[in-house]
Design a binder for this molecule. Structure first.
Ligand SMILES: CC(=O)N[C@H]1[C@@H](OP(=O)(O)OP(=O)(O)OC[C@H]2O[C@@H](n3ccc(=O)[nH]c3=O)[C@H](O)[C@@H]2O)O[C@H](CO)[C@@H](O)[C@@H]1O
Length: 360
């Protein structure tokens, strides 16, 4: 029997990109008195959720959805099967009104178990083209929400809805001075932030290393390198981090523009904060989702793109200088955003009836 308490189960993981939109939604659930559970693996989702006291985290075994032949795939079949059994019993115990999946390999066993238990499954696609997890989840889901208007053509119109990408509200409250103090830099000098998504990007780091001695003549450089991918470069105008937690909002506020991978969360955050961006989408060894994300932003004049296959020190330097010159034009183009600016509609119009939340 379904209890009367409003409960939601969240799932998704593997990289921060599959967790951040859930974090963005947490204050909204709290405001509505909704009890939040998270089913995930021992990976990044556990780490990121552990600082949120109101979320009950349930760890399951997870495998990876690989697109190539590997012995590891066989082992992972058993891990996924065990993860499905674990999810089934966890969901049977919680009996939430719905499961909300953000994709990533851990979400598939949770969605399948929810479907077996007749618990409605909703999913959200961050990227322009649907990822493997969402493709698998599609038949089990009541509705797939999406971020980019162009995603519409990949989904069934009666079972999908454009809502944008939930951004952490907190990111809009950054302070440049606080950012400068945190980085040991000045808040009066032009500053560029270089980041390679939540995992860092070795190729971007290498190209940057080549041009750093030149770049710091003109700019302060903040570099988010990714775990274990730091450089041996020291300069008073260069500051690097492996990963940044709550201080990221202040770093964003301090930065005049950004050089980044084209992960959906990152680029929607830059758009919301009106940060001009040079995107170097992950291309080599990827399904190409970031290439599509970047192309779409470039088409709307809110990003410039440097292809990974053309990436080199000199190409990066030239692209940064050219972006610096075209910054104000890009900021102007960001004023009329081509996507919904927030995802309030998600909770009120989509989940609302299930969770007993009135539309506002
Ligand atoms: C290698 C890989 O599979 N990448 C995928 C992954 O990227 P990735 O996990 O890098 O995802 P995104 O760039 O979308 O999001 C990264 C998130 O981490 C945050 N952040 C980053 C660095 C940091 O120091 N602190 C911090 O909080 C960013 O602000 C952002 O919210 O998910 C994205 C969204 O589905 C996809 O588009 C990417 O293709």
């Amino acid at each position: 029997m379904t209890s009367l308490k409003k409960k939601i189960v969240l799932t998704g993981g593997g990289t921060a990109g599959h967790v951040m939109p859930h974090i963005a939604m947490l204050p909204r659930y709290a405001k509505q008195g909704i009890e939040v559970h998270y089913i995930g693996s021992k990976g990044i989702e556990k780490k990121l959720m552990s600082s949120h006291e109101r979320v009950v985290f349930h760890q399951i075994s997870a495998g990876k959805l690989r697109r190539y032949i590997s012995l590891q795939n066989l082992i992972d079949v058993f891990k996924v099967a065990w993860g499905t059994i674990q999810s089934f019993f966890i969901l049977a115990m919680i009996r939430p009104q719905l499961v909300f999946s953000k994709g990533g390999f851990v979400s598939v066993p949770v969605a399948v178990s929810a479907w077996l238990l007749r618990i409605p499954v909703y999913s959200h696609e961050s990227d322009l083209t649907p990822g493997l997890a969402n493709k698998i989840i599609k038949p089990f889901a009541q509705m797939i929400f999406y971020s980019f208007p162009d995603t519409k053509k990949y989904l069934d119109p009666s079972k999908s809805r454009l809502v944008g990408l939930p951004i952490r509200e907190d990111l809009k409250k950054g302070d440049a001075h606080r950012g400068a103090v945190f980085c040991g830099l000045s808040d009066q000098e032009p500053t560029v932030l270089v980041m390679g998504g939540s995992l860092g990007a070795q190729r971007i780091n290498e190209a940057l290393e080549e041009i750093l001695p030149d770049l710091v003549i003109r700019f302060q450089v903040i570099h988010i390198t990714g775990q274990g991918k730091g450089l041996n470069f020291q300069h008073p105008k260069y500051k690097s981090f492996e990963f940044v937690g709550p201080e990221l909002k202040d770093i964003f506020a301090l930065s005049d523009f950004v050089v980044s991978r084209a992960g959906a969360n990152s680029i929607f955050e830059f758009l919301a904060l009106k940060k001009p961006m040079l995107l170097i989408p992950l291309e080599i060894g990827s399904r190409g989702d970031q290439v599509d994300n970047a192309k779409c932003f470039a088409k709307h004049g809110v990003a410039r793109v440097l292809r990974e296959t053309e990436l080199s020190g000199p190409a990066l330097k030239q692209a940064i200088e050219s972006l610096d010159q075209g910054r104000s034009q890009m900021t102007k183009a960001m004023t009329d955003s081509f996507v919904p600016s927030d995802a309030e509609g998600l909770i009120h119009h989509a989940f609302g009836p299930r969770l007993g939340v009135a539309a506002q």
